[in-house]
Design a binder for this molecule. Structure first.
Ligand code: FAD
Length: 119
């Protein structure tokens, strides 16, 4: 094994221990969750969303017009996360402590992170 490979395996090990929090279950993070699921990383990834369901905005006018049912245009985030090996927390973020790398949820609990993504 050469030095380059040693460096790579050390970096991958460090990445595997990261806690990643994705704040908001909108269009951007839906795609992030889908792609991260394919990579099958061993990092601890958590999606936080105030609702289990994310509406696909492109179909919203059709829903209002009565052409689609709720299930037709809403993405079930909990099911998507489960398929992708990602934890799902239903809740609203109400506070952020960047110095301590943690997010507060509406129930008063804190979620620690190494990497935070907010849309
Ligand atoms: C009617 C309509 C039709 C559209 N059609 C198209 C289209 O055809 N093509 C196109 O490209 N774009 C379209 N757009 C725009 C597209 O919806 C946005 O560009 C896209 O949703 C942005 O994605 P995002 O993930 O950054 O934000 P969002 O999809 O807005 O997601 C943000 C998420 O963060 C969550 N959130 C907010 N605050 C908190 C908090 N404190 N704690 C936890 N979660 C929180 C919200 O609940 C939300 O789920 C349309 C928009 C609308 C309204």
């Amino acid at each position: 094994m050469n030095a380059k490979n040693n460096g790579m395996s050390t970096r991958m090990k460090a990445n595997a221990q990261k806690r990643v929090v994705l704040l908001g279950g909108g269009h951007a993070h839906v795609e992030v969750v889908r792609r991260l699921g394919r990579l099958a990383l061993s990092a601890q990834i958590t999606l936080v969303s105030p609702s289990r369901y994310a509406p696909y905005s492109g179909m919203l006018p059709g829903y209002i017009a009565g052409e689609y049912a709720f299930e037709d245009f809403n993405i079930d985030l909990q099911a998507l996360c489960q398929r992708s090996g990602i934890a799902f927390r239903e809740g609203l973020a109400t506070g952020l402590d960047p110095d301590a790398y943690r997010v507060q949820l509406e129930d008063g609990s804190w979620l620690d992170y190494d990497i935070l993504s907010s849309t």
